[in-house]
Write a protein that binds this ligand. Structure first.
Ligand code: LLP
Length: 443
């Protein structure tokens, strides 16, 4: 939700609801996700890719990458807006199925899917499985043969473009765990085509996450279309899945490309390459996760303590400790990710002070917002809002230090409701077998 609106008392409004009212009802820390925004973004993304594909006489399918933020409600929102869903474990598959998703509109990824996971996917009639290794070809072939069914598959190709945030490199690309190299993919395709239970429907690649601009995608498309053209000689190959990875704005420094422009840029790049090689344009597929949900999430925390620390050069940094931290948002600790923060319970006064919002975990790297200028009077009891936490925060949450994971509240039409309840101390103890078994004698 936007974090720009405030009521007459200076209280931040989220989806029209005062942040203080959300605290009263649900406590803190609190993940807040704007359902209206997720739906609108999902729809806009689908429309953009469909329109871009239509310009070249072809179709586009958009899979929501569930790893970004998965609950049964979220699955329903995106599927109702017309998206398919991409899962990468048996657990994610179970959530999508529990939500009532149509299995034929699910895709399944992963570099080490277990036999049990593959069995389950085939059993429920999953739409497509993205094969990641030669071992997996044989593993899946055995399963479908035993079941006497036919399974659509794609080959995960490492296009050689490994895009990192704000940049992309075309080297050292083979030194990572995912997929087949461009060279090895042809042999994989030959093998798959020999197997009666597997139907090769296309190629897949994913060049990274939080990528800005179209250059990395265009480069990747150029390389993968070359392979696509080569493989067309051995049979049909209707789909080209170019993965996800579209960047979002975390702080005011980030300036992501609008999805309409991205979609046109990528579809044009594929079309150019197809033209050069004299092949028809394939159906396109994409798998955005972060771009669908990232900006729709805000986390609310309560400030517990503040502490000024004198820095060199006469500067002061104010440490602002909140009641969550790396257990609900691991991204700063894992990736050095940047976020922003603002006081949500009032406007705040006083000269802005350089602040570092930190969590309550026993680790100095437990940072929520590395650097932010907060109003000088920020104090214990204030509510802080950290925007853009919709992707890879809930899904990466842990129980580090036995901190219960926060509830998730969804906003829709000016109303708030719990879509995932918060954890309790009982939940935390529930798996501890030491409480229910008799201690071994003599220890
Ligand atoms: N498709 C595949 C095959 C992927 O591996 C991923 C993300 C996506 C789609 C979705 O990417 P997105 O559109 O969300 O960027 N935990 C990290 C991000 C890990 C992304 C892993 N794969 C973070 O918090 O930045």
């Amino acid at each position: 939700p936007t974090t720009a609106a405030r009521d007459e008392d200076g209280v931040l409004l989220l989806g029209g609801i005062p942040a203080t009212a959300l605290r009263e009802r649900f406590g803190t820390p609190l993940y807040v996700v704007d359902e209206d925004e997720v739906r609108a973004t999902a729809r806009r993304t689908l429309d953009a890719f469909r329109a871009a594909a239509a310009l070249h006489g072809t179709q586009a399918r958009v899979y929501y990458a569930g790893k970004a933020f998965l609950t049964t409600e979220v699955v329903r929102w995106v599927t109702e807006e017309g998206l398919a869903v991409d899962v990468c474990t048996g657990g994610e598959l179970a959530v999508a199925l529990a939500a009532g998703a149509d299995p034929s509109r699910l895709g399944f990824h992963g570099n080490n899917k277990s036999v049990a996971e593959l069995e389950r996917a085939v059993e429920v009639g999953i739409g497509s499985i993205v094969i990641d290794s030669p071992i997996e070809i044989e593993r899946l072939a055995a399963i479908v043969e035993r079941r006497g069914v036919k399974q659509s598959v794609l080959i995960r190709v490492n296009s050689g473009v490994h895009a990192e945030t704000h940049d992309f490199l075309a080297t050292a690309h083979e030194d990572q765990k995912f997929g087949f190299t461009l060279t090895d993919a042809a042999a994989a395709a030959d093998r798959i085509r020999e197997l009666p239970g597997l139907e090769l429907v296309g190629l897949h690649c994913h060049i990274g996450s939080q990528i800005f601009g179209t250059a990395g995608f265009e480069e990747s498309a150029a390389r993968i279309v070359e392979l696509h053209a080569e493989l067309l000689q051995g049979g049909e190959l209707p789909v080209l899945n170019l993965g996800g990875g579209f960047g979002i704005a975390y702080t005011s420094v980030d300036d992501p490309t609008p999805v309409e422009q991205l979609a046109v840029g990528i579809a044009d790049a594929v079309a150019r390459q197809c033209e050069v090689r004299g092949i028809p344009m394939p159906n396109l597929a994409f798998e955005p996760g972060r771009a669908i949900v990232g900006r729709a999430g805000v986390t609310l925390y309560e400030v517990g303590t503040t502490k000024p620390v004198a820095l060199d050069g006469g500067l002061t940094r104010l440490y602002v400790s909140v009641d969550g931290g790396m257990s609900d948002n691991a991204r700063p600790a894992l990736y050095g990710a940047q976020f922003s923060a603002r006081i949500a319970s009032r406007a705040g006064e006083g000269d802005p002070v350089l602040s570092r919002v930190v969590g309550k975990h026993c680790e100095s790297g437990d940072i929520v917002v590395d650097a932010e200028y907060l109003p000088g009077d920020v104090a214990p009891g204030d509510l802080l809002a950290v925007p853009a936490t919709g992707a890879y925060c809930f899904s990466l949450a842990s129980n580090y230090n036995f901190v219960p994971r926060p509830p998730v509240v969804a906003l829709r039409g000016g109303e708030a409701r719990v879509i995932v309840r918060g954890e309790t101390v009982d939940d935390l103890l529930a798996r501890d077998a030491g409480l229910t078994t008799t201690p071994t004698e003599g220890i």
